[in-house]
Write a new protein. Structure first.
Length: 118
């Protein structure tokens, strides 16, 4: 079994920064890709960023490129999302997810709320 726990959400003014963390525990030996998704009220969940766990290659949705940075600490089994220059439209519940033991996002965290005020 795998558990993913997010932390670091909160309320910030537009232009501010937050750093989200996602700690993985359990059977994480076969981690291929970890990613961040978000879901705003009344909208579908959308992909934000992902990182290849072995190579460190990163991928971003266009709307966050240049503002968000995804990273990982393999030794701590932890993934991060540094969010700078936050905008009100970034307000959402942010979820981390893992392709662990398969090439599907089978594992999800409980989510952490990010609210950006204008």
């Amino acid at each position: 079994q795998v558990h993913l726990v997010e932390s670091g959400g909160g309320l910030v003014q537009a232009g501010g920064s937050l750093r989200l963390s996602c700690a993985a525990s359990g059977r994480t030996a076969s981690t291929y890709v970890m990613g961040w998704f978000r879901q705003a009220p009344g909208k579908e969940r959308e992909f934000v960023a992902a990182i290849n766990w072995s190579t460190g290659s990163t991928y971003y949705v266009d709307s966050v490129k240049g503002r968000f940075t995804i990273s990982r600490d393999n030794a701590k089994n932890t993934m991060y999302l540094q969010m700078n220059s936050l905008k009100p439209e970034d307000t959402a519940v942010y979820y981390c997810a893992g392709q662990i033991g398969s090439y599907r996002y089978d594992y999800w965290g409980q989510g952490t709320q990010v609210t950006v005020s204008s």
